[in-house]
Design a protein. Structure first.
Length: 544
């Protein structure tokens, strides 16, 4: 071993950018100290940080300054890439060697000779370190972009979802967290009800539901913070999409809310009012618009002391919110009167339990053969969907493969065009597959639910709670308009057909009894055909 009188800094660095770190700073020191124990090591410097950009390592900069000031003569480190992976820091080291400021550098995994040839080889090694760093960053980014094209966001899952790791590197994905997913969905429901502020929702979720953040490697399970709740309400990840590097992607994860619900939530969050005094819900708010200005119909509760009984009575009044500009609709309408206006529409679809039972039997006879046909169609659609998914994966693998580094196999334009075509076909088959599954699994149940609803709608309107009344309103119609005390709407399928079928038979009673064969024919033609009864909008309890 050659000895000298030089004073050395032992410099160990661990890069936060390295995907695979060979040695930690402690391991580097443990390897270097015995090997160069015969040299005069005046200080051991350990630093965690990236050398991809200059001026980002304070300990390295202080070390070079001390060497310039003559406080040390040389450096001991594991490899040239520990000193630099950028041209500025590399030039600083080489220039100090040229001037004799740095008299010697010793490496644990690289031989350096302080000669013109040795400096040339060191310069090449530092350049290779820079190339490796840039290539690594490019490869990582390309892998992330490829993952995005497959519908998987390369990031930590938001609350309500969880990251799932697989044995194949780069193929991890995000799926719903069965524990927290329903709780976060309830938070969205509270926000969309416009009855709670974000801090109120946060307190309810934490104190009443016990909502927590999942445990991680560094943190234990803990309460959800208020900023996290704001982050949830501002992220369109919950709609089934996500943004990455400025581009929007369709995710493979399960959507928690619709795009319309997200946009409506943003409007609610963007209001200037700092506090909402409203603490109760009303059955018909959020469903009806003003027929003059287009604004939402809002409601307020007022109390009045009854002189005869000296008791306090509460009355709910509905009126235009006047938030979309000038409007002459100043008259309020009481909730009881609004129900009276709505009642004729509900009575028009009222059916008897006997009719509902007849519908059940008809459906059982009609759907047996239809389900066989749909099952065969589903198998064909599923095969086409799987072929498109495989084609996309193969295209991405080919595009990012080393053999395509010069884009000779697949150019950027070819990749983009082919990928878009395959994604379009895949999404179309997926939508068809979903619709086909729904038709097979729920056609009978949904149509029976429809007639069960028609038999119970009037009772729910009169005796049900706020959610039941709201469900009646949203189920039988859409685009509700209130103007001058008159209520207008567009009937939803199939209730418009039920109403038409009953009216065509001159049903003058609130209940219809199946005494004439013509009633059965009308119902069968209008309601129970596969084109009708198997594919209509049906809101479930709790829908907005």
């Amino acid at each position: 071993m050659e000895t000298n009188d030089y004073r050395y800094y032992l410099y160990a660095r661990r890069s936060t950018d390295d995907v695979k770190q060979a040695l930690s700073t402690k391991s580097q020191v443990d390897e270097l100290q015995p090997r160069f124990g015969h040299l005069n090591i005046i200080e051991v410097i350990q630093e965690d940080g990236s050398s991809f950009k200059p001026y980002c390592r304070p300990k390295f900069m202080a070390m070079m300054k001390n060497i310039e000031e003559g406080k040390a003569d040389g450096i001991i480190t594991w490899h040239p890439d520990r000193l630099s992976r950028n041209p500025i820091d590399a030039a600083q080291v080489l220039y100090a060697l040229d001037r004799g400021v740095i008299k010697d550098i010793q490496f644990g995994s690289y031989h350096f000779d302080n000669s013109p040839e040795g400096k040339m080889m060191l310069g090449i090694s530092l350049s290779q370190s820079k190339y490796y760093s840039e290539k690594l960053a490019k490869d990582v980014m390309r892998g992330m972009n490829a993952k995005c094209t497959m519908g998987h966001k390369p990031a930590k899952a938001l609350l309500g979802y969880r990251n799932v790791k697989t044995q194949d590197r780069g193929k991890s994905y995000i799926e719903r967290d069965d524990v927290r997913f329903p709780q976060v969905r309830r938070m969205w429901d509270l926000l969309l009800s416009e009855a709670y502020s974000v801090p109120d929702i946060w307190k309810i979720a934490v104190n009443e539901w016990g909502l927590t953040m999942p445990a991680s490697k560094k943190l234990l399970e803990r309460k959800v913070s208020l900023p996290t709740v704001y982050k949830i309400f501002n992220s369109d990840f919950y709609t089934g999409y996500f943004i990455w590097n400025g581009a929007k992607y369709k995710g493979e994860h399960e959507a928690m809310i619709t795009t319309d619900e997200f946009e409506r939530a943003q409007v609610i969050l963007g209001r200037k009012s700092k506090h909402r005094n409203k603490r109760r819900s009303f059955p018909f708010t959020g469903c009806i618009h003003c027929g003059e200005c287009g604004g939402m119909i809002t409601a307020e509760a007022k109390q009045k002391i009854l002189r005869k009984t000296n008791k306090v009575a509460t009355y709910v009044y509905y009126h235009c919110s006047h938030k979309k500009g000038p409007c002459s609709q100043r008259k309020c309408i009481r909730e009881e009167n609004l129900v009276d206006i709505l009642r004729p529409y509900v009575e028009a679809i009222q059916v008897s339990p006997r009719l509902a039972e007849w519908v059940r039997k008809q459906l059982e006879q009609m759907t047996a053969e239809d389900q066989k046909i749909q099952t065969k169609q589903r198998e064909d659609i599923k095969r086409k969907y799987e072929n498109c998914s495989s084609a996309i994966q193969n295209l991405v693998k080919l595009f990012v493969s080393p053999d395509n580094g010069d884009k000779s196999l697949v150019s950027d334009d070819e990749f983009k065009n082919q990928k878009e075509e395959l994604k379009h076909d895949r999404d179309r088959y997926r939508a068809l597959l979903t619709d086909n599954d729904k038709n097979i699994d729920a056609s009978i149940e949904r149509t029976i639910d429809c007639f069960d609803f028609a038999a119970q709608a009037l009772k729910q309107l009169d005796e049900g709670d706020d959610n039941a009344k709201r469900l009646v309103l949203m189920t039988i119609g859409q685009n509700w308009i209130l103007k001058d005390g008159e209520l207008e709407f567009e009937p939803r399928f199939p209730f418009a057909e039920i109403k038409e079928g009953l009216e065509s038979e001159h049903a003058r009673q609130s209940r219809v009894e199946l005494k004439e064969p013509e009633t059965e024919r009308v119902m069968k033609d209008k309601i129970l055909t596969p084109a009708g009864g198997f594919d209509y909008w049906w809101p479930r309890s709790g829908s907005n």
